[in-house]
Design a protein around this ligand. Structure first.
Ligand code: GDD
Ligand code: MG
Length: 351
């Protein structure tokens, strides 16, 4: 069926505690995924599936996100639905009822998903099975950090348990992407925080109204640092396979593939960048500096002869000349490390 309105609500009101200290100064939706802010990557994906209105469900601390996003992302109109107090994963859906409308099914996605889940296919399954909710599933090696799902052979959900030891025997987990019929909004209690996973889904399952759809493509929940890094590395390698031209430094440094250089990056003479160096826009790498296996957020500068290995450096950081950043370190955004700083492996430099 051709729909005029296909709306997608992104849950973006959490506090991203598992991404600290990087999330102190940057909302999760603005984290770069191979140089592209997550919100843009999600908007491109949703719009490729026909979604033509995005609603960002945020908390009252999200000024930065509002300023960055404005009224459109990747050509898709965006509206904000702002909570005064955190309403969980279901409460924001009820709060945004007027923006979601009463006529059509709509999509809901957790605000930390990078995937190519086929929106149109999911919607078709939702309509064919007359479900109230259709949930995308993915298969993962360790289901324990996710919502585990048991289905019957037709894909009808028989059991949903959030982060459960009991159901963890199944490798099929909630991908954090759903199609919901407008009736679901009425089943969400108002005025308090409500969990989709713990309150709304189990009820839909009991009523036999929850369908699943198995996703076979790529999927990451970047809400944990290890998964954030994995998403960047794997997507970088995927992009490199398709890349029309090799990454090149016009400034005299050496770039080892796979690597990604954003726009207006500067690589100094004799610098060595890569493999697995992901530099967002406006990053500068000083003469003879070394950056490998690291993710560098935008506008950060790495001083002459500094070495950064296996690390994540936040936005607008200044790393002084001849500093050494040991493997596994994370440096919060907007900090300055003086010349000659030595960070032992796995250092966390907080905001
Ligand atoms: N607006 C709003 N308000 N959003 C919220 C709130 C809130 O009070 N609390 C959390 N969120 C958002 C988060 O920002 C995130 O985008 C999404 O809801 C899910 O929260 P996470 O904290 O990332 O949950 P999770 O990763 O532990 O588990 C969820 O995602 C897994 C898949 O990635 C669950 O849905 C699991 O069942 C699922 O498997
Ligand atoms: Mg998550």
């Amino acid at each position: 069926m051709l729909r005029i309105h296909l709306r997608g609500l992104i849950l973006a009101g959490g506090f991203a505690t598992r991404l600290r200290p990087l999330s102190c100064s940057k909302p999760k939706l603005l984290f770069p995924i191979v140089g592209m802010p997550l919100v843009e990557s999600m908007a491109r994906w949703l719009s490729s599936g026909g979604i033509n209105q995005i609603i960002l469900a945020v908390n009252h601390l999200s000024d930065k996100l509002k300023i960055e996003v404005g009224h459109h992302v990747a050509g898709v109109p965006v509206k904000f639905s702002v909570e005064e107090t955190p309403l969980g994963t279901a409460g924001p859906i009820r709060l945004a009822a007027n923006l979601l409308g009463r006529d059509d099914p709509f999509f809901v996605a957790n605000g930390d998903i990078v995937s190519d889940i086929e929106i149109r296919h999911m919607l078709a399954v939702h309509e064919e099975t007359n479900a109230e909710a259709t949930i995308a599933l993915v298969s993962v090696p360790d289901p324990s950090p996710y919502g585990s799902v048991l289905t019957d052979p037709n894909g009808k959900v028989k059991k949903f348990e959030e982060k459960s030891a009991v159901l963890s025997a199944t490798s099929h987990v909630n991908a954090g992407v759903y199609v919901l019929s407008p009736g679901v909004i009425d089943s969400i209690p108002g005025g308090r925080s409500v969990s989709l996973e713990k309150e709304v889904f189990p009820k839909l399952v009991r009523n036999g109204r929850m369908q699943s759809w198995m996703h076979k493509g790529f999927w990451y929940d970047i809400g944990r640092v290890s998964e954030y890094v994995r998403a960047n590395h794997e997507l970088l390698e995927k992009q490199e396979l398709k890349a029309a031209k090799p990454v090149a430094s016009e400034d005299g440094g050496e770039i080892l593939r796979p690597s990604y250089l954003g726009t207006r990056t500067h690589i100094g003479v004799g610098a060595k960048v890569g493999p697995l160096a992901i530099l967002s826009d406006n990053v500068s790498v000083g003469d003879e500096a070394i950056v490998r296996n690291s993710i560098i957020f935008e506008e950060t500068s790495i001083g002459e002869k500094a070495t950064v290995e296996g690390s994540i450096i936040g936005e607008r950081v200044v790393i002084g000349k001849r500093s050494r950043i040991g493997n596994g370190s994370i440096i919060a955004g907007q900090l300055t490390l003086p010349e000659g700083s030595i960070l032992s492996p796995n250092s966390l430099i907080l905001c």
